[in-house]
Design a binder for this molecule. Structure first.
Ligand code: AMP
Ligand code: ZN
Length: 102
């Protein structure tokens, strides 16, 4: 998707270090962390928000990725957050799950 920050990161148009990657999603450190560890888990397919999800297999894949990322990053106590819609604080219109941990 043109003009989508996360699609640009996936396509290497914007440099960013991937913390994790599989066939379905990838993860990066949030540029403006709101906790000591703040990771974003992002599907490779451009899906605007949770409201746009038709096949919830992708959400399952994202949570499976979270488990692997947390093991890799030594995270056991954490919060997950999905902002859906601009009035709920969604700034990037490409589905993502925040992992927040101190
Ligand atoms: P949300 O408000 O749920 O849409 O979250 C978007 C998140 O993306 C915010 O926490 C931003 O700090 C983060 N963000 C925006 N641009 C980048 C970027 N280039 N690299 C990493 N994180 C970003
Ligand atoms: Zn996108």
């Amino acid at each position: 998707m043109k003009d989508c920050i996360f699609c640009k990161i996936l396509n290497k148009e914007i440099p960013s270090k991937f913390v994790y990657e599989d066939d379905y999603c990838f993860a990066i450190n949030d540029i403006n962390p709101k906790a000591k560890k703040h990771i974003l888990v992002i599907p490779k397919e451009h899906i605007e928000s949770l409201n746009s999800v038709n096949d919830f297999d992708i959400v399952k894949k994202m949570f499976e990725a979270i488990k692997k990322i947390n093991k890799q990053e030594n995270i056991s106590h954490f919060k997950t957050l999905i902002n859906t819609g601009s009035n709920a604080g969604q700034e990037v219109m490409h589905l993502h799950i925040h992992i927040l941990s101190d």
